[in-house]
Ligand binder design. Structure first.
Ligand code: ADP
Ligand code: MG
Length: 245
């Protein structure tokens, strides 16, 4: 059975059908790209999976359990993570402190004093930073890091909850080609090593074809194609949407 099963998923905003009845599965250990032109419904789909938006219809199951109707925190606790941008208030904290905060939040313990929390989970946080290649920068403030490195720390923060499925909406936006490739290579390695499932959106077709195991193409809220790079590249409906041929 697939890790995630999406069936007949829909979302309407007033009269606009942002997502119009889509079906797809995500397997453990799979790096799956959700692509399509602007306004296709990619972000809306993500937001229904993580519970930020309530679906107008259809079903999203994780390991056979229905997610539609659950609160975002409940869905997160079940193992659906997403990458969040490090907020301004946390940028002054060090890299390792940001990951420790994420571990504390994930383990659900309340610490009234930062001084107690400061030593908590340091080793676990360093281990996660090692996995994303940021251990050497552990004690630097996040505000001092290059953009690509901040993205690695954000990935470590997302891993702190030990997700089964990670949603990444345009993770490489604003990155130079080298940073972009480094982040995707890292993501691919995490998918393989942790048997993590990753669903991501990405504008660059070069990146998608280089890294995704499989791709799902949306246009105007509908799924128009799904398959391997080769299948998608030669798919007539995809050609029509992307190249107007
Ligand atoms: P994508 O991420 O693929 O660019 P979105 O999921 O953001 O697309 O948007 C899909 C469609 O839904 C668009 O037509 C967009 O204008 C509309 N939409 C998205 N969010 C809202 C909202 N909160 N209220 C009204 N319309 C929305
Ligand atoms: Mg979007």
């Amino acid at each position: 059975m697939s890790l995630l099963q999406i069936r007949g998923l829909q979302k309407s905003f007033g009269g606009v059908k942002a997502v119009d009845g889509i079906d797809f599965d995500v397997a453990a250990g799979e790096l799956l790209a959700l692509i399509g032109p602007n306004g296709a419904g990619k972000s809306t789909t993500f937001n229904m999976v993580n519970g930020q938006l309530r679906a107008s219809g259809g079903s999203v199951k994780l390991d056979g359990r229905e997610l539609v109707g659950l609160k975002p925190r409940e869905i997160w606790k079940m193992g659906v993570g997403r990458t969040f941008q490090i907020a301004e208030t946390f940028a002054s904290l060090t890299v390792v402190e940001n990951v420790q905060m994420a571990l504390i939040s994930s383990h659900g313990k309340l610490y009234s004093l930062w001084s107690r929390a400061a030593s908590a989970y340091r080793n676990e946080a360093l281990e996660l930073l090692d996995q994303v290649g940021m251990k050497a920068d552990a004690d630097r403030p996040c505000s001092a890091l290059a953009y690509g490195d901040v993205k690695r720390v954000e990935l470590a923060i997302a891993l702190a909850n030990d997700p089964k499925l990670l949603l990444m909406d345009e993770p490489t936006a604003g990155m130079a080609p080298k940073e972009r490739n480094d982040l995707m290579a890292l993501t691919k390695r995490l998918v393989v090593e942790r048997k993590l499932a990753v669903l991501f959106t990405e504008h660059s077709m070069d990146v998608v074809f280089a890294y995704a195991d499989r791709m799902i193409v949306l246009a105007r809220g509908r799924l128009i194609a799904a398959g391997s790079g080769e299948e998608i590249r030669n798919h007539p409906k995809v050609q029509e949407v992307y190249f107007g041929t």
